[in-house]
Design a binder for this molecule. Structure first.
Ligand code: MLY
Length: 265
């Protein structure tokens, strides 16, 4: 069986430190997730952020909801924290004088939207207002430092949360690099992004933290400053799955022919 990933061991192995809690726009204790699959709510359309749409909860994962916009296809699901400002109870939009919009890529004729909306809301199980949690305050400054470790959403596979390292810091932004993945998934984001979490987040929410990728140089925090090749350690290709003939890593689609760690998607 593959060895469990342990932050304690990994931080020692990589001689690095975890980014402090106060760097993140996340609550110290993750919010409780009371939502249920099938409930409906209002959500900002991720592909058209001025629109508020009706969404259905398709899945629950840790402190996040997997959402699908009603009238959209099943290829554009997205994930939001229960304390995200992108979601609100049904009725909020109207109360504020706004109008619910069809999602980008509405599958029917635009003229059928009013009737579609009526039918969608009729008899719908609406998520209770008490389930929506207040967004945490944002950090006063960008206090991330290069080399600090964190847990981050893989934006190409947003259901995955993975061990990551701050690769660069510029103004209010940080460069999130994914350990063991050769840069293919790295991204810049604001330091107050809701996509980055302190070390230990997944173990508190019950999310499955992905293990780092295989057989790639792990740059130690100290080595980053000196950029000395002698301080770079190599992880064994075998270590994460000693006896498993098939990669057991969640989220990896089988049969793509590429060795682990080199897949770009
Ligand atoms: N698209 C890849 C999954 C890669 C995940 C990488 N993350 C964990 C940084 C695949 O399907 O194999």
């Amino acid at each position: 069986l593959p060895e469990q990933f342990s932050w304690d061991d990994y931080l020692k192995e990589t001689e690095s430190i975890a980014a402090p809690l106060h760097c993140f726009k996340q609550s110290r204790i993750p919010p409780t997730n009371d939502f249920k699959v099938g409930m409906k709510l209002e959500a900002r359309d991720p592909r058209n952020v001025t629109s508020v749409c009706i969404a259905t909860i398709i899945g629950i994962t840790g402190a996040r909801l997997r959402l699908r916009l009603d009238g959209s296809d099943n290829k554009n699901d997205f994930w939001r924290l229960v304390d995200s400002s992108d979601i609100q109870p049904i009725g909020t939009c109207e109360k504020k004088g706004g109008m619910l919009q069809p999602p980008l890529g509405f599958q029917m004729n635009a003229s059928s939207w009013p009737m579609f909306l009526l039918r969608t809301l009729n008899g719908a199980e609406m998520a209770p207002a008490a389930f929506f949690k207040k967004e945490p305050p944002k950090p006063a400054t960008n206090c991330f430092k290069v080399g600090m470790k964190l847990e981050a959403i893989d934006r190409k596979n947003p259901y995955l949360i993975c061990p990551a390292t701050i690769g660069d810091v510029k103004g209010d932004e940080v460069f999130v690099t994914f350990d063991g993945w050769r840069g293919a998934f790295d991204y810049w984001c604001r330091c107050d992004s809701r996509d980055i979490f302190p070390v230990g987040w997944c173990s508190l929410t019950g999310d499955a933290l992905q293990p780092p990728g295989n057989n790639v140089s792990i740059t130690k925090s100290s080595a980053k400053i000196q950029s000395s090749p002698s301080k770079v350690t190599r992880r064994s290709m075998q270590s994460p799955q000693k006896s498993a003939p098939v990669p057991a890593q969640r989220g990896r689609k089988p049969g793509r022919g590429k060795p682990p760690g080199q897949s770009a998607v």
